[in-house]
Design a protein around this ligand. Structure first.
Ligand SMILES: NC(=O)c1ccc[n+]([C@@H]2O[C@H](COP(=O)([O-])OP(=O)(O)OC[C@H]3O[C@@H](n4cnc5c(N)ncnc54)[C@H](O)[C@@H]3O)[C@@H](O)[C@H]2O)c1
Length: 392
């Protein structure tokens, strides 16, 4: 506005050398301010490497896990660029993070689709990343069986695009969000990193293929790669700043924690537990529930231990399986609500029992889970109670 007023003045009156100088100065100030604003492709803090500062590209940073990762990275003095197409995440989470870290050069948000190779290349051209944490994905097992092509495109093909951009622009550290779904339904529990991977649904297959792309590429480059295979992620920021807020239309697809809380708040009439005839102690599926704060701690340790030319593959789970029935009981206790439960037939693509052997990540990265199921649900419930409509 200041520059505009000055410019209008110069058009009405005759131009004096003093006035020309003033206009030039104002335009210069405007350009400097504009260039420093987040998202501008020129020389902002994000576009240049800075000694002592690690700039991490967080794909899917508006999502549940990516937003928690961004919070931790910013708290630990990293510089973060989020790239997200907001197809599933929440701009509200990004706003929370921006309000917490408003200083220039801390956090920028770029709205882009990883399926758009030209846009991805431009982002890498305009920003000086030191590392990538690749969270962005569609991530529902049931949906993947109904829409397989969407999953292969969004997970496998987009990971290829991202790795190509990293290679082209010399970004040498990748932390990849993989999943225990890549193991399928192994005969032996617990699952170690050497358990053969035979995924049984398109989600797991798409993630396995993305892993293969990364692993094959890593053999030809000196990229530092960490592949983290998460088990079932629950919980939220213990200080109540972020939570899990899937879109209403995804609730039906959704994860058990979201459904439990929705039932406790009366948003849905009750819980639908799918499958009571699995070969498990109480007939319901057994999963390994890992707290999101613990999970992000594993990412930060993975980043700190990433070594050029080396690949680390780690399970991130507690090592303890809990049945769906146990989960529901813990949820009732956390919320204080006697949630109504309906028991239905199995859901296609689900497996009976999955829990991790986390000894490798403990031994090599010094990581261990701190939160148990009850604690995670109690923390998450506080945020859910305070944010009935998610981030809105
Ligand atoms: N939540 C779990 O229990 C779990 C378990 C194992 C692995 N994972 C993996 O963790 C990662 C994060 O999962 P989440 O639970 O936070 O999911 P989420 O849906 O909350 O977040 C994913 C984010 O990625 C974004 N995104 C999706 N497609 C994109 C695209 N083409 N371009 C740009 N952004 C895009 C979405 O808008 C969203 O913000 C995923 O890779 C998922 O497969 C999650």
């Amino acid at each position: 506005m200041f520059a505009g007023m000055d410019f209008m003045d110069t058009r009405r009156k005759s131009t004096s050398p003093r006035r020309i100088l003033l206009v030039a100065a104002a335009i210069t100030v405007f350009i400097i301010i504009f260039k420093k604003s987040p998202g501008f492709g020129g020389s902002s803090k994000f576009s240049e490497h800075e000694p002592g500062v690690t700039h991490v590209l967080v794909t899917g940073g508006a999502g549940y896990i990516g937003s928690h990762a961004t919070l931790r990275l910013l708290r630990d003095s990293y510089r973060v660029t989020i790239v997200d197409n907001l197809s599933r995440g929440n701009l509200g989470a990004v706003k929370v993070l921006q309000d917490l870290f408003p200083e220039p050069g801390r956090l920028q948000f770029i709205y882009a689709d990883l399926g758009d190779a030209a846009a991805v290349d431009k982002i890498f051209k305009q920003n000086a990343f030191d590392a990538v944490m690749h969270f962005a994905a569609v991530a529902y097992v049931g949906e993947s069986t109904a829409e397989p092509l969407r999953y292969y495109h969004n997970i496998t093909s987009n990971t290829l695009t991202l790795v190509k951009a990293m290679a082209a622009h010399g970004v040498k550290t990748l932390i990849y969000s993989s999943t225990c779904a890549t193991y399928g339904e192994p005969d032996k529990m617990p699952i170690t990193e050497d358990t053969p991977q035979f995924p049984i649904n398109p989600y797991g297959k798409a993630k396995k293929m993305a892993e293969d792309i990364i692993l094959d590429f890593s053999k030809t480059s000196n990229m530092a790669v960490m592949i983290l295979r998460y088990f079932n992620v629950i919980g939220s920021d213990p200080d109540g700043r972020l939570g899990e807020a899937p879109r209403p239309e995804l609730r039906e697809q959704g994860r058990i924690s979201g459904a439990c809380f929705d039932a406790a708040r009366g948003i849905i009439p009750g819980l639908k537990v799918r499958g009571t005839d699995y070969k498990t102690a109480d007939g319901t599926c057994v999963r390994d529930y890992i707290d999101v704060t613990d999970l992000i701690d594993a990412h930060v340790k993975a980043l700190a231990n990433a070594t050029p030319g080396k690949v680390g593959i780690y399970n991130v789970g507690t090592g303890k399986g809990s049945s769906v029935k146990e989960f529901v009981e813990a949820c009732k206790k956390a919320t204080g609500v006697d949630i109504k439960v309906d028991y239905l037939d199995r859901r296609p693509g689900d497996y009976a029992e999955v829990f991790s052997d986390p000894s490798k990540i403990r031994r090599e990265l010094g990581w261990s889970a701190r939160y148990n199921l009850q604690e995670s649900l109690s923390i998450a419930w506080k945020w859910q109670k305070a944010h009935r409509n998610g981030y809105n």
